[in-house]
Design a binder for this molecule. Structure first.
Ligand code: MN
Length: 231
């Protein structure tokens, strides 16, 4: 079979300890999933989890030991980092119970939910979708996927980002409002998860703007760190 226009190439991420790659289908993102970040966004308390998506081709692949170049996006004057632990789904399903969620996880990675905060804020105010603030080109840098067996205790891992060598965000995955199992339960109640889906699990407090020339280093204990330079 041939196509009348060029077909979209399969987006994929490297896998730690393998020459095979992880093919990406959808990118789900959890909103406001750490209490202190919810507060800095003007919200308090445990609200039901909510989700948005980024297109798979918004992923910027960040290889181990390399610094990926990410273009400063158009239309914004407030381009912010959100460091997040990313769950890679290995087997799909719907109505997955939190207690069974681990059976569906292939591995974990470190990602950035890059955000045009001024545009997101404007859309929030108008009650409009966040796409222009969250789902733009190059909005989802992501590092290699570490298979579960090699990833250690991700549920209690430290998560941090440094910009030009200085701490901006630092927290621990144990502070997630909705943990990974609960998040998978909620998402799979709303969509049928499929192999290749990624879940950006939310960001801790300390989100802030970056400018061209900044270098961002994101870490989650036990996973491969990522390095990104804004150009
Ligand atoms: Mn986020």
């Amino acid at each position: 079979m041939s196509f009348v226009i060029p077909a979209v190439p399969q987006v994929s991420l490297p896998v730690v300890g393998s020459s095979d790659r992880f093919p990406v289908r959808r990118v789900y993102c959890v909103g406001r999933n750490y209490v202190e970040h919810a507060k800095e966004m003007g919200f308090t308390g445990r609200e039901p989890p909510f989700f948005f998506l980024k297109p798979a081709d918004a992923i910027v692949v960040v290889n181990a030991g390399e610094t990926a170049l990410v273009p400063y996006p158009v239309l914004t004057k407030d381009y912010q980092h959100e460091i997040e632990m990313v769950v890679a789904i290995g087997s799909g399903g719907k109505n997955i119970k939190a207690a069974d969620a681990h059976k569906h996880i292939y591995g974990y990675g470190v990602g950035l939910d890059m955000t045009r905060r001024d545009l997101q804020a404007e859309q929030k105010k108008l009650g409009r979708p966040w796409c222009i603030g969250k789902a733009f080109d190059h909005a989802a840098p992501c590092g290699p996927i570490t298979p579960v067996a090699q990833a250690g205790d991700v549920a209690n891992a430290d998560i941090a980002i440094q910009v030009n060598g200085k701490d901006r965000q630092r927290s621990n995955l144990s502070k997630l409002i909705w943990n990974i199992g609960e998040t998978i339960e909620h998402i799979s109640n709303a969509w049928e998860l499929q192999p290749g889906d990624l879940i950006y699990s939310g960001t801790p407090e300390g989100v802030a703007a970056v400018v061209a020339g900044d270098t961002l280093v994101g870490t989650v204990t036990g996973l491969t760190s990522i390095s990104v330079k804004i150009i």
